[in-house]
Each structure stands twice: as structure tokens, then as C-alpha cells.
Design a protein around this ligand. Structure first.
Ligand code: AMP
Ligand code: GLY
Length: 423
């Protein structure tokens, strides 16, 4: 059976690589893909928001399975459209994707189902939002309701900052996404993420991770999509994973099923580990990027079999096996990211890297120009090292980073510091 992976980033490269190893699948297509993905899949230039184009591609290629990487096509209803066309697709429907697409929906859902999360209130009116902020005081967290490409959240340290953030969102800084704002209680603690593979009824934990969201060393600089990640994270040991599955993941599946929108796909729960226990910070309805690049190289179980099992509603009969190793992923980005940056700059030295068992180079935004490999976006490469210890994984990843010749790129040098500082 042929499979189509939707997306063109590092996460999708990791998905194509893992699915490509499945004996159940013969031939991976990726839309739109990138120059690195082209080594593991046949890339077809259809954009991730071109829902009709993607349905037409899946039909024309007679694919038996579609796996959707990013949130945008999910919230646009790609999986619904594919299902209507009789094509099996792994990912939530538009109704289920509201867990990520609307923070107001997600918060109200948590409140209804007793899922532990920060206290909150939702506003569309500036005066009412101001009154709430003044009554509550700082710190307080201001969030645009809809998808805002990671820019819609301000952790305000002062009342003034919170008022400004609420005004910006309500005033249209994020378009429609910010016409509703959610004001949240500030949660103190360590952040960690857990991924669950879901079939609508059952959930299997498919990895834990910690990502490094700030652009620069020491967790300084602006928020990004993620500059690196480790997996697994020592912040979530076996008993904490069980708590998160029991207190957050399984009630989420039960609540969505009861609401008539069963959740199938990768569920990403962003957590704050507070003194009072784990609290949900956010849901994402897809795998993390770059967390997938750290998690999937450790997965020994066939991902194709898992995804097809999830589509059959049979995850209760499946189990996961992992390499007993640590993974550490470093993102190489174009200088200036997440702000303005040049593209079309040349990257050299990738072919000489000792990739294989313990070193993986996933491409996030590259294109070929003849023999040259060019950067084509902000986050460009994700380098994953595996090792018996996290320190060994770090050494392997950074040795590869240092062997890459790309003057116009940068990376953080301290990925993993939080976990390594515990040891
Ligand atoms: P979100 O997009 O909801 O994940 O928020 C982005 C980031 O803001 C999170 O990764 C946290 O670092 C921070 N954040 C969000 N909500 C809270 C909260 N209630 N308390 C403290 N930090 C938060
Ligand atoms: N690395 C964070 C995300 O995928 O949203």
C-alpha cells in the first residue's frame, strides 16, 4: 500500500523515514516535502493548505494511507475530506482538531471533564478583559484563542504588559485568531511534553520530550517553533507518565468520544509539572517539531503498523518497543530566525556525516539547486544524536553540527541543559 505524508518540515522528514521502514507500506509520497525528504519519499509540490489538491493527489496516486503532519490542514478539515472520499487518513477531524485550533474550546473542554489545567476566563471585550487583569494582578498569561503560529501567548510579568497584550490581540494583531482572548493563571514549574497515539478510544504513550523554545542559549531571546529537544525526558518518569495518561490523556479521549468527535491521531500534551501535580498547558493535535525528530529514531516498533492499528481502533492490542537510548536533537536555523532571515544560502558538508544508527539528519527547509543544497526557510535542519547517556547523545549531535559548513546558519549550543543539570 502507498502512503502519503502531508507536510514539508523536519517532523515530516522523520515521519517519512520511519514509515519508509515499514514492510506494510511500499512507497511513500510527501506533499510538498523538501530536498532531504526527497531521499526517503517521492515529493509532490502540493501545499499543506490546499485541501482539494491533497485529496486529488491521494486519489490519483491511489494511496491507502495518509498521515498528516502539521495542524493547519487538520483544522481545515483535510481528514474529513479524505474520509468522505473513502481514503484512510491518520489525524483528527476538524471537530477534534479544535483541541488545538481554539484555546477557548480546549479550556472549556478541560473544565467540563475535570482535566487539570490553569484557571482561566475568556473575553471578547477589552474593558472586561482589563477589569479581569486588574482584579487578578500579575503574573498572568494572555493567549489569542486561535492559531497564531506560536506568537499568540504572552506570559505577562506586570499588569501593564498584560493590558498591552490583551489590547494587541483584541485589536487584531493576530487577525481573527485573537478576537477572543483567554486569560490564564500563571503556572510555575518545569515544562515537559508527552505524545500519545490515539485511535478514538485507546491511547498509547509514544514518547516524552522537552523542547527548547527560545532562540538563544540560556533560554534567552524570542520564542520559536523549537530549537531542539531531548527524548525521553527525566522530568516524566514512569509514575508521572501514568499520572498524565490517567489524569489527562484518557479523560481527553473519553470526553471527545462522548462529544461525538473521537480523537484519532497524535495527541501532544504540553505540561507544567507544578508542586500540585501535572497541569495541561496546551493540546496540540499532531506530533511536535522537533520532538518527532528526537522520539522516532528511538522507536523500534513499526510506525506503519501502529498507525494502521490506530485506524482499525486496535491500539489496545498493541505495544511499543524502544531502543534503550537517549536522543538529543539540535535545530540549525537561518540567522535572524524567528525574525527576518535570508534564504537560498548554501549548506555544505552533509554528505560526509556518519549518519546511520546513532546519527540522523532531518531536513526542515531545504531545496536543491543542481549539486548545491540551499536553505529555504527559518528552521532548516534537525540533527539527532542517540547515545547510551544524554551526554553521549549530545556529543554525537554537536559533533555533526560542527562538521556542517553553513556560515549563514546558527543553533543553540545548550540543548539538553535542563535535563543534564539534574544529573
Ligand atoms: P502555549 O502556546 O499555550 O503552549 O504557550 C506557549 C508557552 O507559554 C508555553 O510553552 C509556556 O512556556 C508558556 N505558558 C503558557 N501557558 C502558561 C501558564 N498558564 N503558566 C505559565 N506559562 C505558560
Ligand atoms: N515544538 C513545539 C511544537 O511542535 O509545537
Amino acid at each position: 500500500m502507498k502512503a502519503l505524508v502531508v507536510g514539508g518540515g523536519g517532523r515530516e522528514h522523520a515521519l517519512c523515514w520511519a514509515l519508509g521502514a515499514s514492510p506494510l507500506l511500499d512507497g511513500i509520497i510527501c506533499a510538498p516535502g523538501n530536498a532531504g525528504i526527497a531521499r526517503d519519499a517521492r515529493c509532490v509540490p502540493v501545499a499543506v493548505d490546499d485541501v482539494e489538491g491533497l485529496v486529488a493527489l491521494a486519489r490519483a496516486e491511489q494511496v491507502g494511507l495518509v498521515v498528516v503532519g502539521p495542524e493547519l490542514p487538520l483544522t481545515l478539515g483535510l481528514v474529513d475530506r479524505l474520509a468522505a472520499a473513502g481514503i484512510r487518513a491518520f489525524g483528527p477531524t476538524a471537530a477534534a482538531a479544535r483541541l488545538e485550533g481554539s484555546k477557548a474550546f480546549a479550556k472549556a473542554f478541560c473544565a467540563r471533564h475535570g482535566i487539570p489545567t490553569a484557571a482561566f476566563a475568556t473575553f471578547t471585550d477589552a474593558a472586561a478583559a482589563h477589569a479581569h487583569i486588574r482584579r487578578h494582578g500579575a503574573p498572568i498569561v494572555v493567549k489569542a484563542d486561535g492559531l497564531a503560529a506560536g506568537k499568540g501567548v504572552v506570559v505577562a510579568q506586570s499588569v501593564e504588559e498584560a493590558l498591552t497584550a490583551a489590547d494587541a490581540a483584541l485589536g487584531g494583531a493576530f487577525g481573527e485568531a485573537g478576537r477572543t482572548v483567554v486569560l490564564e493563571e500563571f503556572l510555575a514549574g518545569e515544562e515537559a511534553s508527552l505524545f500519545a497515539l490515539c485511535d478514538g478510544t485507546h491511547a498509547l504513550e509514544i514518547g516524552t520530550a522537552q523542547d527548547y523554545k527560545r532562540a538563544f542559549d540560556g533560554d534567552a531571546g524570542p520564542n520559536t517553533g523549537g530549537m531542539g529537544a531531548i527524548s525521553p525526558t527525566p522530568a516524566l518518569d514512569g509514575s508521572m507518565v501514568e499520572r498524565v495518561m490517567g489524569e489527562i490523556v484518557r479523560p481527553t479521549l473519553a470526553g471527545m468520544a462522548a462529544a461525538g468527535a473521537p480523537f484519532r491521531g497524535f495527541l501532544y500534551v504540553g505540561l507544567m509539572l507544578t508542586a500540585d501535580g501535572p497541569r495541561l498547558v496546551e493540546y496540540n493535535v499532531r506530533f511536535g517539531d522537533p520532538e518527532a525528530q528526537a522520539v522516532l529514531p528511538r522507536l523500534m516498533t513499526d510506525l506503519g503498523q501502529l498507525v494502521l492499528g490506530a485506524l482499525d481502533g486496535a491500539l489496545n492490542h498493541m505495544d511499543l518497543r524502544w531502543l534503550p537510548k537517549h536522543a538529543l536533537t539540535v535545530v540549525l536555523a537561518s540567522r535572524g530566525y524567528p525574525g527576518a532571515h535570508a534564504t537560498g544560502t548554501e549548506i555544505r558538508g552533509l554528505d560526509a556525516l556518519p549518519t546511520g544508527e546513532d546519527l540522523f539528519v532531518f531536513h526542515a527547509a531545504t531545496r536543491r539547486d543542481g549539486d548545491r543544497l540551499l536553505a529555504s526557510g527559518g528552521r532548516v535542519l534537525a540533527i539527532t544524536g542517540l547515545g547510551d547517556t544524554l551526554a553521549a547523545a549530545r556529543e554525537r549531535a554537536y559533533a555533526a553540527v560542527d562538521a556542517i559548513d553553513w556560515l549563514e546558519g546558527f543553533c543553540r549550543r545548550d540543548i539538553g541543559w535542563r535535563a543534564l543539570a539534574r544529573a
